[in-house]
Design a protein around this ligand. Sequence first.
Ligand SMILES: [Zn+2]
Length: 110
Amino acid sequence: MDDATARMRLETMLHELDRSIGVLRGDPVALQDRSAADAGADLTDADRTQAMIDAAKRQRTAVLAALKRLDDGGYGQCVDCGRPVPEGRLEARPEAARCVQCQARVERRR
Ligand SMILES: [Zn+2]
């Protein structure tokens, strides 16, 4: 995948993330209009919405970091070991910052 394609895909992702974060943020307001009887369910919905917002924000941060690597010329290299991130991995996840091995190591640390 060349840099121009990567940039285009990342910018599309960023745009879609911004839109879904906006939509999700609108949700709790709508939920507050419901009757008090639904309060328990509302809390669950609000928690779920918040979790989705958090996930979208994390992905947004990863996309922004990938765009910065494109600017800096480091795109497509693993941020941990410096080896090239496999093409297939970038196709599936253009925002990937690490090769599969380093990503697995990071996720084990969590
Ligand atoms: Zn690596």
